[in-house]
Design a protein around this ligand. Sequence first.
Ligand code: 6PG
Length: 250
Amino acid sequence: MSSPTIHVYRDAATLAAAAAQHVANLAQTAVAHHGRFALALSGGSTPQALFALLAEPPFANTLPWHAMHIFWGDERLVPPDDPGSNYFHAATLLLSKVPIPPQNVHRVRGEASPTAAAADYAQALRAFTGDQRGWPIFDLVLLGLGSDGHTASLFPGPIPTAETTRPVITVTADYGDRPAQRLTLTPLVFNDARQVTFLVSGAGKAAAVAAVVGPDGAKADPQRWPAARIRPRDGRVTWLLDQDAAARLP
Ligand code: 6PG
């Protein structure tokens, strides 16, 4: 994997604007190259400003929505109308406001049991990609970063075998006041992506950013720093940061 590209922006609003242009550029390129754009969204609060921008002109009326397919890198196992649902925020802020075909939105069935939700989502990945790999080569995976170093729903600690053998796993993890029952794509999927972009904002993330992409980032322990498990073989990793999140980088 080539070393990550890092861009730092003045504040969260400027970061969101850069992220929107980044998504737009990749979407246009992917659709022109192979007819569709497979995007895995991150959850949490950071991408919400991005979603709001994509729902407005110029992006709302220039992106190739008809050829875009939306998945989630992780989801909380709650109903889709629950404020704890990553789908809920993406649908409210973006997907309900743009002409994306409903069948192109591949949400996790958070209302189901963990086993059923994982089986259903793994099937959705298989159905979408159609080849024997069993999951798509995402054109873009957006990832966030927790202050504890988690990304998607890959949390610090011993790496479970299932995380290295299956594309979709369920986990239980306490992080803030967020739902603990979660489902996540694993590095098997993330590391097949063409482009992985971390979107990180705020001083609370500065230590974790420095640990993973600072001068010693290449030596970051993947058990302690799950974001270090994300090393796409043929893909590129970009970090879009605001100044607060980048504060501990040299
Ligand atoms: C989730 C996210 C998670 C998130 C980080 C950062 O489902 O919670 O996918 O990985 O990206 O926790 O969250 P914030 O953007 O809210 O800081």
